[in-house]
Design a protein around this ligand. Structure first.
Ligand code: HEM
Length: 405
């Protein structure tokens, strides 16, 4: 067999999927020296690590991955502490809170961005829309002053750079840590104010949340809000861009979605399977674990290759094909806890914002399709993805005939 290109090589960054296939077939459990972790690439194995029914894995790796930029977030917690935190934050992201309070926020923010280019006849769906929309939504959900949204975006950019800093650039690392300090200096007075004068916003809900007599401290809330920049911003950004990249390159499926908007759910689910925003998630083994015919020793770091698991031919027929009508993706919607693609992970840390992401995608896709009835890729443009740990289209220039308002 040919040597398998490294997951940090330019060849992998250009197209990771052949590398994933080689890993699944030839080395489903592989020690990777540069990341000092075991790579796990098959669907079955990645799902098992996430589900972790036997309590063999922890998220201690986030202590060094996330703590410097966010502080201690829900992702670092385990056991009862995690369950309580989850119960404290989850209600804001589902049910009537999502429908009645935050859906109007989502609609308004999407419309505002589209208004800026709807008469222009051209737009870059990544730069003009996807990279802005989810971050604007989070800032607006938190009830932050509109005047501060630009700063919020600045923090978003530094946090994303910090998390994607594979080369370990010391300046990027230092900027990330500075952001933690600046973000705290900004958020603490806002949290104090919101505790005194609560509103209907997300920040007020987090301040008021109480489960079994437990409430979140200012530090807990600040760390959670900071996490939302990456967890809710970058991911949804890449999902929206990904849907359009996939649909624009499959015009028959785009036409089907345009004609029947209930298919947006399927397009979202299939995009998350085929082109997930988060490609790699790490865990720490607490004990020796037998995986894929080998053993992960206790105390090791494990890199779960979501991008590979979601293209495993043992799980999906013709896994490289984008097909919103495929019948082997059991989840017909993107968010259901029974979702079988692994883009939201599984188990205890299953994405708490999945329903919010779905609401943003549904709103965004609907509004964009309405504003651009003949949307097409700019002449000769071929979409390509960038990124390693997280991945999505670099740009998506489209042209359209503006509709009279
Ligand atoms: C957890 C993906 C949207 C908030 C996760 C995890 C993944 C993920 C893979 C698991 C991390 C782990 O197990 O280590 C995604 C994708 C999204 C998305 C692909 C968009 C398509 C959102 C949104 C929010 C959000 C919109 C909120 C604004 C969170 C939080 C966690 C999480 C707070 C941690 C949950 C916990 O530790 O219990 N997400 N996410 N995500 N996500 Fe999302």
């Amino acid at each position: 067999a040919q040597p398998i290109p490294d997951i940090l090589s330019p060849e992998f960054a250009a197209d990771p999927y052949p590398v994933y296939r080689a890993l699944r077939e030839q080395a489903p459990l592989l020690w990777h020296e540069p990341t000092k972790s075991y790579l796990v690439s098959r669907y079955e194995d990645v799902a098992r690590v996430f589900k972790d029914r036997e309590g063999q894995f922890t998220t201690e790796n986030y202590d060094w991955q996330l703590e410097p930029v966010h502080g201690r977030t829900i992702l670092q917690l385990s056991g009862r502490e995690h369950a309580v935190r989850r119960a404290l934050v989850a209600p804001a992201f589902r049910g009537s809170e999502l429908r009645d309070v935050f859906l109007p926020v989502i609609r308004r923010n999407s419309e505002e961005l589209i208004d800026a280019f709807r008469d222009r006849g051209s737009a870059d769906l990544v730069a003009d829309y996807a990279t802005r929309f989810p971050v604007n939504v989070i800032a607006d959900m938190l009830g932050l002053d509109k005047a501060d949204h630009a700063r919020f975006h600045g923090w978003y950019t530094t946090v994303i750079a910090f998390l994607g800093n594979l080369a370990g650039d010391p300046e990027v690392a230092a900027a990330g840590e500075r952001t933690r300090v600046e973000f705290a200096e900004y958020m603490f007075p806002v949290i104090t104010e919101r505790r005194k004068n609560p509103g209907t916003d997300l920040l007020s809900a987090l301040c008021a949340a109480e489960v079994d007599g437990v409430r979140m401290s200012d530090e807990d809330i600040k760390a959670f809000c900071s996490l939302l920049l990456a967890a809710g911003g970058e991911t949804t950004d890449k999902a929206i861009a990904g849907i359009f990249a996939n649909l624009l390159t499959h015009p028959d499926q785009l036409a089907a979605v345009r004609a029947d908007r209930t298919l947006i759910d399927r397009a979202f689910a299939e995009t998350l399977r085929h082109s997930p925003p988060v490609h790699m998630i790490m865990r720490q083994s607490a004990v020796d674990v037998a995986v894929a015919g080998g053993t992960i020793p206790a105390g090791a770091t494990v890199t779960c290759l979501i991008g590979s698991a979601n293209r495993d031919g043992e799980r999906y027929r013709e896994p490289d094909r984008f097909d919103i009508f495929r019948d082997d993706l059991t989840a017909t919607n993107a968010f259901s806890a029974a979702a079988d693609h692994l883009a939201f992970a599984l188990g205890r840390h299953f994405c708490v914002g999945a329903l919010l992401a779905r609401a943003e995608v549904e709103t965004g896709v609907n509004q964009l399709l309405d504003a651009m009835p003949d949307m097409r890729l700019a002449d000769g443009f071929v979409p390509s993805e960038q990124g390693v740990f997280t991945r999505g289209p670099a740009a998506l220039p489209v042209e359209f005939t503006p509709v009279p308002r």
